[in-house]
Design a protein around this ligand. Structure first.
Ligand SMILES: O=C(O)[C@H](O)[C@@H](O)[C@H](O)[C@H](O)COP(=O)(O)O
Length: 229
């Protein structure tokens, strides 16, 4: 576990992401990445494109969770990523794997199951934001989705963070990753971060405890988010 406390978590994430993608591509891989939603991640996405060593036509992108609203809606994590960097950096549509949108003619459960069938066997990198309640992706404290051991993607109703209907990858999918990088910024995340990193604790209370990279787990925090450690 690596914990980095930095002045600008978004800038650090953006540059670490590009360095890592360039490294993987230098070794001949086409990286498979699960993106997160959230304000800090989106701040980081807007900074991507600085490193000429990354070939953005050779990166496959999935999402760890998505808000189940119509395609193109400003609340969608995929739309936010399109606006922040996908279109600007010319990531080919064939390498972008968005979760289904509301209006797709499937139920939420069918949409989640359909998404699961297109996931890679493992990710090179999973990016995760953390909620003030300790949620990651759309896995919320006390929710039954935390106990899922078979399905790789699940439907979520009644999310405490709006909008209420979502699709989320589960722990089995998120944990099938070499690298898991968390990013958190601000005092509002401090308590959740300290619970996530405490030696003991419950995944049901703090879902962020439930995800670990096979090779490395990295926390990128600003001083406020790290203030309760
Ligand atoms: O779709 C979402 O809402 C997210 O994927 C969610 O898990 C997010 O990453 C955290 O809530 C942190 O979000 P902030 O960075 O905005 O606090």
């Amino acid at each position: 576990m690596i914990v980095e406390v930095v002045d600008d978590a978004a800038a650090t994430l953006a540059s670490a992401l590009e360095t890592h993608l360039a490294h993987l591509q230098g070794g001949g891989r086409s990286p498979r990445v699960a993106l997160t939603g959230g304000t800090i991640a989106n701040d980081a996405y807007r900074l991507l494109g600085a490193d000429p060593g990354v070939d953005w036509s050779r990166v496959d992108l999935w999402w760890g969770d998505e808000r189940f609203v119509p395609e193109g809606h400003a609340d969608r994590n995929d739309q936010q990523a399109r606006d922040a960097f996908l279109d600007r950096l010319g990531v080919p549509a064939s390498r972008v794997h968005p979760m289904p949108a509301h209006g797709c003619s499937q139920s939420l459960a069918e949409a989640a199951d359909g998404y699961a069938t297109g996931l890679p066997a493992e990710f090179d990198l999973v990016l995760l934001g953390v909620g003030p309640d300790g949620h990651v992706a759309s896995l919320f404290p006390g929710f039954a989705q935390l106990d899922e051991t078979q399905r790789l993607a699940v439907e979520v109703f009644g999310s405490p963070k709006p909008p209420p209907e979502r699709i989320s990858l589960t722990f089995p999918a998120l944990n099938a990753a070499d690298q898991v990088w968390f990013v958190a910024s601000g005092e509002g995340k401090a308590e959740a971060v300290s619970r996530a990193l405490a030696p003991e604790g419950s995944v049901h209370q703090t879902p962020a405890r439930g995800v670990r990279g096979r090779v490395e787990t990295r926390w990128i925090l600003d001083p406020a988010a790290a203030s309760h450690l």
